[in-house]
Design a protein around this ligand. Structure first.
Ligand SMILES: [Zn+2]
Ligand SMILES: [Zn+2]
Length: 298
């Protein structure tokens, strides 16, 4: 039932793409900035927002996920990304993706357009990767769900790093505009690059912490409980009200199944029973499959 709804919704979403409304609004050679570019931006942003919801729902489904559904979503996402780049098969969109500045100085709105489209499409592409991760980690329990969350977080931090770099070549070309006078232009370019450098360093740090979290084998908010400890605690998990499955002993000495408590710590940092602060402050987790929605314009 749910699957049917998803498919229908996706179909409805993709349908207008087959006969795009912006066709002919602007010549294909000189796009962006104008009305056509505006609608394209709205469209791809809407698709990305919707895709984010779909991905979050699929992640929450855990073992209930259907491979066919995930394959379908992956294909639709990919078709969308390739479709957009095929539509604008010009190098002004593609060059910044490889950190090469555009050939000529783009007008302001054109620069914004290039950055918005690339920023959105890169996220859509990353969602495809996340979808594949969800396929890979389907039918896994406990430790593997944690691993899935860590992988999703890692992909997101890598994406954030890349997205921080993405506008640089465009603005570099834009600011290094000799029309404003060479001193002014080199000054603004210098300021921009300094600002960029600090934000990139920050992103690299977050990414490295995400990598480090991946190599951490043990549960970092407690340790695995022995069978005796679990029995002494009644061998019943307070979260799922069932017999303990892979019991984890928290620092406050409360015991829960690893599955249950991992899911809890996706949102909370305190013990579900005594509210003691258990989980150390950490980098933000994107283990729920979400993708950051803010636009990285500069
Ligand atoms: Zn449990
Ligand atoms: Zn406790």
């Amino acid at each position: 039932m749910l699957v049917f709804y998803f498919v229908r919704h996706l179909l409805r979403l993709t349908k207008p793409k087959r006969k795009p409304k912006w066709r002919g609004r602007r010549g294909r050679k000189k796009t962006g900035g104008g009305g056509g570019g505006f609608f394209v931006t709205i469209w791809i942003a809407a698709v990305m927002f919707k895709s984010n919801d779909i991905l979050k729902k699929q992640t929450a489904l855990k073992g209930e996920r259907k491979i066919a559904m995930l394959v379908g979503i992956t294909i639709i996402f990919m078709v969308h990304v390739f479709g957009v780049y095929w539509w604008y098969r010009n190098d002004y969109l593609l060059r910044p993706l490889f950190m090469v500045p555009p050939k000529d100085i783009p007008p302001f709105w054109h620069a914004i357009f290039i950055i918005m489209v690339n920023d959105t499409m890169v996220r859509q592409a990353a969602m495809t990767v996340k979808c594949m991760l969800l396929m890979y980690y389907k039918n896994s329990r406990g430790r593997n769900y944690r691993r899935q969350g860590q992988m999703l977080t890692l992909v997101e931090y890598l994406l954030l790093l890349y997205r921080a770099l993405l506008p640089t070549p465009v603005w570099y070309r834009f600011f290094l505009n000799k029309e404003y006078g060479s001193l002014f232009s080199s000054l603004t370019t210098g300021l921009y690059l300094t600002f960029k450098l600090t934000s990139v360093v920050e992103k690299v740090q977050s990414f490295l912490s995400a990598v480090k979290a991946l190599s951490r084998k043990d549960v970092h908010y407690g340790s695995y409980a022995t069978a005796e400890q679990a029995v002494a605690a009644g061998d019943m998990c307070a979260i799922c009200q069932e017999k303990m499955h892979v019991p984890v002993l928290l620092r406050c000495k409360h015991i829960f199944c690893e599955d249950c408590v991992s899911e809890w710590f996706e949102r909370e940092r305190t013990c579900p029973l005594c509210r003691a602060l258990v989980k150390p402050a950490d980098i933000r987790s994107f283990g729920d499959g979400s993708t950051s929605l803010f636009f990285q314009l500069f």
